[in-house]
Design a protein around this ligand. Structure first.
Ligand SMILES: [Zn+2]
Length: 260
């Protein structure tokens, strides 16, 4: 079957780099084709009609012409610009982290509407939520489920006994919680408090509308972040640039505030 020469899809801009004299090479997550790369011609010219609709983290209805190697964007109409992200460094940083994580967990041209919808929703949460850490944790757990890495939080990953809501251990290697009896199955397993067990399960099994109203204390937020990043880092087998950036950002913020 001949390859279609033109196609259209809603898509979100994950990444962009300068390309040639005036163009940009975009990494997109599209509704119809999953992750794709495409050229936005003339996107760096200030007068370009397309420029405003192919900004980072923007969701647009795009029309493409299939070139020999890369698709070329011929038209883009904005669906949601997530305006509240722009001009807010912390929100933008979280959006960059969400986009990078998705980029690392997906391969090109592997359509997955669930992942597309998750990203579109997550950008909305990161635009509006007062608790970006909670939104990030929720997004991570959802993304892990959709990509086949859902951590096992209800039964011990070694003995399959039901996990009680008490202090437990998390094994990145075995992919979930270890009961105290099985703790020695993975010497690198990390301790998880009873309340963190409870919240992780809640996040994994509820909708954002329910989860988003939780009020979590800072130490618990940091514990959840540590567990999730331990697991994500293990899966990706390398450190995420944005994770380091967020950590630095928080350390800097702490210097100027006595709240923490
Ligand atoms: Zn066990």
């Amino acid at each position: 079957m001949a390859r279609e020469r033109t196609f259209r899809s809603e898509a979100i801009v994950l990444k962009r780099v300068d390309f040639g004299e005036a163009d940009r090479l975009l990494t997109l997550y599209s509704r119809e084709k999953g992750k794709i790369k495409a050229i936005a011609k003339g996107a760096r010219k200030p007068q370009s009609r397309k420029t405003g609709h192919v900004e980072l983290f923007m969701r647009s209805n795009m029309f493409f012409a299939q070139g020999r190697d890369l698709a070329i964007i011929t038209q883009a109409e904005m669906v949601d610009g997530y305006a509240g992200l722009r001009g807010d460094l912390v929100r933008t940083t979280y959006a960059a982290y969400a986009a990078e994580l998705l980029d690392r967990f997906t391969v090109e041209e592997d359509r997955h509407v669930g992942i597309y919808n998750l990203l579109a929703d997550a950008l909305g949460w990161l635009t509006e939520s007062d608790d970006l850490m909670l939104a990030a944790r929720y997004y991570e757990l959802r993304l892990l489920s959709l990509t086949g890495f859902q951590p096992q939080l209800f039964q011990c990953v070694a003995c399959s006994e039901p996990i009680q809501e008490q202090d437990q251990f998390f094994s990145a290697e075995l992919g979930g919680l270890l009961c105290p009896d099985c703790q020695t199955m993975d010497r690198r397993a990390v301790a998880v408090t009873a309340v963190a067990v409870k919240v992780l399960r809640y996040l994994q099994s509820r909708k954002w509308e329910t989860v988003g109203v939780l009020q979590l204390k800072r130490p618990l937020q940091h514990e959840l972040e540590r567990i999730m990043h331990y697991y994500l880092t293990y899966i990706l087998e390398r450190d995420l640039k944005s994770v380091d950036f967020l950590r630095r950002l928080r350390e800097e913020a702490a210097l100027f505030s006595s709240e923490e």
